[in-house]
Every structure is written in structure tokens, then in C-alpha cells.
Design a protein around this ligand. Structure first.
Ligand SMILES: [Zn+2]
Ligand SMILES: [Zn+2]
Length: 281
């Protein structure tokens, strides 16, 4: 457990920046989607959800700067998912950062709203000097075994092929543990086969856990972790990962950051009886 007396994470909501020791993390808003109420699912015995109410989710990516590197965690939805998304490039430009300055892209997983932003509308890779890192299970499922795609998922495999084709020479896979000094991959499988979080450790007990798509309605899922998203490919495994992540965050009073937590997406998790409470930043 980290020593809370030494923690010095500093959150500046106006700049959407969280200073984690040696690292500065900036939340970038790629956009949002309003999805049908059925997107969130309550299992037998779970809380009632209103199937008529639409589900609003923001789409965040995170820029991690420090120790001489600029690392992008996920790339947003790119140009294929409509006008409410694909604002990542302008978010970077507002910070005076050009895409070619990004040294590495770490992907929490392969889904269109996280990896379509690797390319522009013409299919050219935006991050011309970056290595791209994904969990080995993601590459196996979405890239190496794409010929096994079912008809209803074929478009996702095609979009994956398009998004990754400029990067095949610079594509690196990981399993878990430290990827660069102070940035470690944390397996949180279930949402997709290799879905992973990233623990940013800036030294002296300063940490942030980027949780990817562990949650799509964080307040509801903290109270009722068994509620899942219809985008969770294996919702039983996703539930186990969600509980492990909640426990880790609550135990160490970690800042978490979510791709689909209301922008800027930072918060904390506290235990609440047999469940949890989400505390937004
Ligand atoms: Zn996803
Ligand atoms: Zn997502």
C-alpha cells in the first residue's frame, strides 16, 4: 500500500491535468456518444435499469508526459463514428502538441472508440513517430485471427485492419508489468480478450490507474458491479476484473481515470459495505 502521507498527486480540473510525481497526465476529450438504454445490462437479481433511457458516455484519452516521453493512452474514435467524436487531434493541438511528437501509443484494448483514431479520414497513420503497444491477446484476436470474424463483427475487424496497417512495423505486444519506467500494464480481461489498464507510478507513492473500459456507467457499476455493458465480450470475466480493479483502487486510495467516466474522467473508489462508491474528482 502506498504511504498516503507522502502522496502528492495534484489535480487541476481547469487544465484537466493530474500531476503524478514525475508524470503529468492530461485528459483529452475525444467526444461522446448517446447510446440506447439497452447498452447497460442488469443481470437476474440486479437493479432495474430503464431500457428507454439513453446512456450518455464521454470518450476520453489520456496524455502521459514525463521522463522525456509523451505517451498517448488510447486514440479516440477517429472519423468513422460520427460528428460527436474525433476531437483528439484538436485537443492535442490546443496543448501545442503535434501528433508526430507522440513517442508511444498504449492501447487499453482494440475497439473502434479507442483505436480508430490511430488514422485520419484518408487512412494515414497520425502518430508517425510512435510505437503502438497492445496486449498480445488483443493482437491475436483482432489482428492475427481476423479471418475468424463472424459476419456481425466483420466491420470491427476491417476497421482494426485499417487502423493498424500503418503501424505494423512499429507494433509491439505486452502481457503485463512495467512497459516503460513507471508505466505498467494491469490485466483487466473480459471487456475484450486482452483489455488492460495502465498504472502510472510517478514515484514517492504517486499513482494513477487508467482503467480503460472496466466501467461504462461508473456510479451504477460501483454500487452494483454485476451490471455490465453489452460491449463486454465476456461479461463474467469482465465482472471479476471490475471487482479486482475496484478493490485495488479502494485499498490504495488510488486515483482512477476512465475512458468512459464523465470528462475529465478522474475519480476514486471507496468500499461501501459489500459494494463500492464512486467519488468523482
Ligand atoms: Zn471497449
Ligand atoms: Zn470504449
Amino acid at each position: 500500500m502506498s504511504d498516503l502521507s507522502q502522496q502528492r498527486e495534484t489535480l487541476d480540473l481547469s487544465s484537466r491535468r493530474l500531476v503524478i510525481g514525475d508524470y503529468t497526465v492530461t485528459s483529452l476529450k475525444d467526444g461522446y456518444f448517446d447510446l440506447p438504454g439497452g447498452f447497460m445490462v442488469s443481470p437476474e437479481g440486479g437493479p432495474p435499469l430503464d431500457p428507454g433511457a439513453s446512456v450518455h458516455i464521454d470518450v476520453n484519452a489520456f496524455l502521459v508526459e514525463g521522463r522525456g516521453k509523451k505517451i498517448l493512452i488510447d486514440t479516440g474514435a477517429g472519423p468513422k463514428l460520427g460528428p460527436t467524436a474525433n476531437h483528439l487531434s484538436s485537443e492535442l493541438l490546443a496543448l501545442s502538441i503535434k501528433p508526430e511528437e507522440i513517442d508511444a501509443v498504449f492501447c487499453t484494448h482494440i475497439h473502434p472508440d479507442h483505436t480508430n483514431g490511430l488514422i485520419d479520414a484518408q487512412g494515414a497513420g497520425l502518430f508517425t513517430n510512435a510505437t503502438v503497444h497492445i496486449h498480445k491477446n488483443e493482437k491475436k484476436f483482432w489482428v492475427d485471427e481476423a479471418d475468424k470474424a463472424s459476419a456481425d463483427m466483420a466491420f470491427q475487424f476491417e476497421w482494426t485492419r485499417e487502423a493498424f496497417s500503418p503501424y505494423l512495423e512499429r507494433l509491439e505486444t505486452f502481457s503485463q508489468g512495467e512497459l516503460v519506467a513507471g508505466v505498467s500494464a494491469v490485466p483487466l480481461f473480459g471487456h475484450t480478450p486482452g483489455h488492460s489498464g495502465f498504472l502510472i507510478d510517478g514515484g514517492s507513492g504517486n499513482q494513477l490507474l487508467i482503467i480503460g473500459d472496466c466501467v461504462h456507467a461508473v456510479a451504477v457499476q460501483a454500487k452494483n458491479p454485476q451490471v455490465y455493458s453489452s460491449a463486454d465480450m465476456d461479461h463474467v470475466e469482465a465482472l471479476a476484473s471490475r471487482i479486482r480493479m475496484f478493490d485495488m483502487a479502494a485499498q490504495d486510495n488510488l486515483f482512477i481515470a476512465g475512458m468512459h467516466i464523465d470528462h475529465p474522467g478522474y475519480g476514486r473508489i471507496a468500499r461501501d459495505g459489500s459494494a463500492y462508491t464512486y467519488i468523482g474528482a
